[in-house]
Write a protein that binds this ligand. Structure first.
Ligand code: ADP
Ligand code: MG
Length: 410
């Protein structure tokens, strides 16, 4: 029988009613002649009892700076609880199911706590359960290092688990079920009527995901692309047709054809902080630049929108990293200022490469919406602007209108 990996996000598992909906999607799969392999995230979102954010709050109530190994061990519990509860829901409905931790499902990772990378998957236990007509329900987002330490894969990491398991099972399709009915032209939390995009290339989704559209984890898309696995992003309640991201012999459905549109979607990252380092005149500039970037890398701080000149080094960081960055740079004797309250907004589209005037349209539409731009950067498939976080909604609306992203039928 053919395996089909189905991944269910946390918001699809919060209540008993929702879990029944999830069970329905799994039972339908069995009825269609497939062997479902299920991957789950922790139940619910911030504020829900067993959600990842609640576990983080719990440990922070004891220690502001927990040991990374302890933190990962605690966070891995959220998905384990979710797997057990869904497996028991299936059992109650007469569909045999077995919950598994990530390590029971054979996921081996390196030892970068909080952001571990999968190094191998041995799906023996998954195959065994499935051959006993028992649906494997795997706790996503977690693994075990070769020396037996429990690790987590970073936020949104269950998507990675799902695709890695699928690759190990040589499975062709992964269905990612979530609280929206597919990948949309903008975050529906900001633009509620943004239409769903029927087909996207791996690169477009990766780009959107890297730039903040958290609907699929970029690393999951990368593994899917390498293993030629088709991804389907679907609503758990099965409204709409979802989004297909697939390899294939061209054509929109195949997803391999570069989109005809200049801009496919908008992504954004809130909570950015702008770091500016000046007073470089008294130093050897290349030496000090190297020192700064070296220190940041050693402390695992990712930086973005980097600007270098003889007078100034500037970049942006996640708001969460402000304290660490201030501490790390304090010893260098430089003039460092860190301003919070920024956001990055990006337009993405494989079709913008070589099309003149896209930047002009971005700048003009933001200016007309009274949104000041502090910095920009671009690549062959995106243009990003640093703006004030308070202007985010106005900026997304302006770009959404400028690039006609309300039109359906892509
Ligand atoms: P899950 O818990 O199912 O993994 P996520 O929160 O990771 O769900 O991803 C789904 C959310 O992604 C949606 O609720 C939506 O707000 C957000 N999102 C951001 N950008 C987009 C987009 N372009 N299309 C669809 N959803 C998006
Ligand atoms: Mg997610």
């Amino acid at each position: 029988m053919e395996f089909c990996v189905q991944k269910f996000g946390g918001s699809s598992l919060t209540t008993d009613n929702l879990r029944h909906l999830v069970a329905q999607r799994i039972i339908e799969k069995i009825e269609s002649g497939c062997a479902p392999v299920v991957v789950v995230s922790a139940m619910g979102r911030a504020g829900d009892k067993y959600a990842t954010d609640s576990l983080i709050d719990l440990i922070h109530s004891v220690s502001k700076n927990p040991d990374p190994q302890n933190l990962d061990l605690l966070l891995s519990c959220g998905e384990v609880i979710s797997a057990v509860i869904l497996a028991e829901t299936l059992n109650r409905l007469g569909c045999r199911a077995r919950a598994m931790t990530g390590w029971q499902a054979g996921i081996v990772t390196d030892q970068s706590f909080g952001n571990a990378r999968i190094i191998s998957v041995d799906p023996e236990a998954v195959i065994e359960a499935s051959s006993e007509k028992c649906v494997p329900v795997i706790a996503g987002f977690q693994g075990q290092s070769p020396s037996g330490k429990i690790t987590t894969l970073g936020r949104g990491g269950s998507d990675i688990t799902a695709v890695a398991i699928a690759a190990a099972l040589e499975c062709r399709i992964v269905e990612i079920y979530t609280d929206v009915d597919g990948v949309k032209t903008a975050d529906p939390r900001l633009i509620p009527d943004a239409p769903t995009i029927a087909a996207l290339t791996y690169n477009e989704v990766m780009e959107l995901a890297h730039l903040g559209a958290k609907v699929v984890h970029p690393r999951a898309v990368e593994i899917a692309m390498e293993a030629r696995i088709e991804l389907k992003v679907l609503g758990t309640d099965q409204t709409g047709f979802g989004t297909t991201i697939a390899p294939g012999p061209g054509g929109k459905k195949g997803g391999a054809k570069i989109s005809d549109r200049v801009v496919t979607g908008i992504a954004h990252l809130p909570r950015r902080a702008h770091v500016k380092i000046s007073g470089l005149a008294d130093f050897n500039q290349s030496e000090v630049t190297l020192q700064v970037f070296d220190l940041l890398a050693r402390n695992q701080i990712s930086i973005d929108l980097i600007y270098l000149s003889p007078q100034l080094i500037a970049f942006i960081i996640d708001d969460d990293k402000v304290k660490v960055v201030e501490q790390v740079l304090a010893g260098l004797g430089l003039n460092v200022t860190v301003d919070q309250g920024y956001a990055k907004v990006s337009v993405v589209g494989a079709g913008m490469h070589g099309v003149p005037g896209v930047m002009a349209r971005v700048v003009r539409s933001l200016e007309q919406a009274n949104v000041p731009i502090f910095q920009t950067t671009d690549s062959h498939a995106n243009i990003s602007c640093l703006i004030r976080e308070k202007d985010l909604l106005a900026a997304v609306r302006a770009l959404f209108a400028e690039f006609e992203l309300a039109k359906e039928g892509m």
